[in-house]
Write a protein of this length. Structure first.
Lengths: 256, 405
């Protein structure tokens, strides 16, 4: 599989590129979401006095961590992949390579880094006494794989469109921020007014935040139909994104 | 010609969309997604058919902007043709542009790994080939420095070394060789000759007719995105050079200015032909050059003939005064000088014959006429001319004999 080898090479290269020339190197990968968690934890727990609703509710920090880490993997992967084609214009114009590899590498590198971070934080939390169901961690990683497919679909779509419409990249951080607050990452579904709770199902990321909490924290539940539905959404978005990408890929060179 | 087809292109065309504003880009996106063609585009390559069999060598020639690089990019799959199809059977090694595919921040070694991965080599294969590549590139400790610190010659060295180590079925190179220094160019040309002798296939783009004629058996001349001529390398390069000659003749100032001078040249005949088109000779054939000179005051001028290689390197020059020859007087003001080079010892390649008119003292140069001369044939010898030589076989010395015993 030369394409797979090439993809792995680009994943390595992507990871190296991120930390090339930074002092802490790869440690930064773990540090960044950790700092993010600390800041959010402080603001929400000590300033806003946020709590997870329910009688036997878990602490806010583990609750936040399990939703935040997958989001960071997802949003960072999508944001980086969106400009992957444009950033590698020099390579695309001179070397024949499957363009999919570039998008794949950007998303895969994010998921690899933050997937490891997710495991590490889960272990760390349980060491500090949070009752996490670590036996479910492999199942949770399966959920990560499904989220990866969803991210790939979105990334392919955005990367292809970005070649033609350059406004996408500057708008994307704002859109992702909006998406983050529209997902139950900082809050639980139950915190919302009753009539808005159903709306969360329109957001494909909702399922993942709730899935990881249900699996590891036993906080909330995920229905079988909800799981199947999210699987279908991920598959459909992947098909759409990949289809659009394949259709536009032969013309990238003309517009870069 | 029973060798299998390695490259087959049919009806190849490429047009680039005309997009100036972002609104055009959005419209183009919509047209591509909905499946309707572009409204406006410029065509850079039109209806090109190309077939290359295994073991062939093809030179692509043409002016800047004729579509040579676009054609190569289509063949390597970097670009997608607007219409037509390309099929390439086998591993392609391509040197398209200076430093193509190199990451400036990475060291030479890392870039070797990247390029090799792009060519589909596994990490183990790369490790095996690394010493060979480093040795061929011969850039010393720079191999561990970031590529951004390289000179352009070093980039070419590294690029060529990688391609050479891959032993591709088809080697495609654009005008990159011109950047390397003389010794590296020679090394590359030698490598390509060995590669061709070993059954390799080559597509070469070059403005150096010398390289094209040296390395290629066939040539294809692109003009404004269309094939102007294709076939045997000498025929095509001659046609191209003649076309260039006509173009520069049309652009050059007329020779009326020199007519008022004391001495000027009227006509130059090469082997009794005054057409002005480059002359094609077989290797070892004779060359006669005749020139008619005009002298305003009737004094006999000095005529000089010289041969230079196409790039201007002088090969030989001689004047009528040096040999003590007086020119034949045709009329009061017109003289004729004629010289013959029997069995011209020039090696195959492109040359030019120059005729000069000098004053009777042989001091001041008044006028020059030039015409291309191509020597047809193949040779693995180096240089410009064949020097008379013989190999000397000696009896082994007593010392050598005793060592062998």
């Amino acid at each position: 599989m030369p394409a797979l080898q090439l993809a792995l090479h680009f994943v390595r290269r992507d990871i190296r590129n991120r930390y090339l020339g930074s002092f802490s190197g790869g440690a930064w990968a773990l540090l960044q979401p950790l700092i993010q968690l600390a800041v959010y934890g402080f603001v929400f727990v000590y300033v806003f006095k946020a709590r997870v609703p329910g009688a036997d509710a878990p602490g806010y920090v583990p609750f936040l961590a399990l939703g935040l880490w997958p989001w960071v993997a997802f949003s960072e992967g999508v944001a980086r992949a969106a400009t992957a084609i444009q950033d590698n214009a020099a390579l695309i114009g001179k070397v024949a390579l499957p363009r999919e590899v570039l998008v794949f590498a950007a998303v895969a590198a994010s998921f690899l880094i933050h997937g490891i971070g997710f495991c590490a934080i889960a272990l760390a939390l349980s060491l500090f006494g949070t009752p996490l169901d670590l036996l479910m961690l492999p199942v949770a990683l399966g959920g990560f794989v499904q989220l990866f497919v969803l991210a790939l679909g979105v990334a392919f779509l955005l990367a292809a469109i970005q070649v033609f419409i350059r406004d996408l990249a500057p708008a994307l951080p704002q859109l992702l921020m909006l998406w983050m607050f529209a997902s139950p990452i900082f809050y639980a579904r139950e915190t919302l007014p009753e009539r808005y709770q159903g709306w969360l199902d329109l957001n494909p990321f909702t399922h993942y935040a709730e899935l990881f909490r249900a699996l590891l924290l036993h906080s909330g539940t995920v229905t079988v139909s909800g799981q199947l539905w999210s699987l279908l959404v991920a598959a459909l978005l992947f098909a759409l994104g990949y289809g659009v990408f394949r259709r536009l890929a032969p013309h990238f060179e003309d517009f870069l | 010609m029973s060798e299998p087809l390695l490259v087959e292109a049919r009806g190849l065309s490429k047009s680039y969309p005309l997009v100036f504003r972002s609104r055009d880009r959005a419209r183009a996106l919509w047209q591509l997604l909905s499946g309707r063609g572009h409204a406006q585009s410029t065509t850079v390559l039109r209806d090109v058919d190309l077939q290359v069999r295994r073991g062939e060598s093809l030179g692509l020639i043409g002016e800047n902007g004729a579509g040579k690089s676009t054609l190569l990019k289509l063949l390597t799959g970097v670009l997608t043709p607007s219409t037509g199809s390309v099929a390439v059977h086998g591993r392609v090694g391509a040197l398209l542009e200076l430093g193509a595919g190199f990451h400036p921040e990475y060291s030479g070694r890392d870039n070797i790994a990247l390029s090799a991965a792009l060519y589909g080599l596994s990490a183990d294969e790369v490790r095996g080939k690394l010493p060979e590549i480093v040795a061929f590139a011969d850039i010393g400790s720079y191999i561990d420095e970031p590529v951004k610190h390289y000179s352009s010659g070093m980039v070419v060295r590294l690029g060529f070394a990688i391609v050479a180590a891959l032993h591709p079925d088809l080697l495609i190179t654009d005008e990159v060789l011109a950047v390397g220094d003389e010794s590296f160019q020679k090394k590359c040309v030698r490598w390509m000759e060995d590669y061709l002798a070993g059954g390799g296939t080559l597509i070469l783009v070059s403005h150096s007719m010398y390289h094209v004629q040296k390395l290629c058996r066939r040539a294809c001349w692109l003009r404004h995105g269309e094939v102007a001529a294709a076939g045997e390398v000498f025929d095509v390069t001659q046609a191209y050079l003649a076309y260039q000659e006509r173009k520069s003749a049309a652009a050059a100032p007329t020779r009326e200015g020199v007519a008022g001078q004391e001495f000027h040249l009227l006509e130059l005949f090469l082997n009794d032909d005054a057409s002005g088109a480059p002359l094609v000779l077989d290797r070892g054939a004779g060359l006669r050059a005749r020139v008619r000179l005009h002298a305003r005051d009737g004094r006999a001028p000095v005529a000089m003939f010289g041969i230079v290689r196409a790039d201007g390197t002088p090969v030989y020059g001689v004047g009528s005064d040096m040999d003590g020859v007086t020119l034949t007087r045709e009329s009061d003001n017109v003289y004729t000088a004629e010289i013959e080079f029997p069995e011209l010892p020039l090696l195959p390649g492109s040359y030019a014959l120059r005729a000069h008119a000098l004053d009777p003292e042989g001091v001041r140069l008044f006028d020059t006429l030039e015409r291309g001369v191509s020597i047809r044939g193949e040779s693995r010898e180096f240089g410009l001319v064949r020097l008379r030589h013989r190999w000397i076989a000696r009896e082994a010395t007593a010392d050598a004999r005793s060592v062998r015993a």
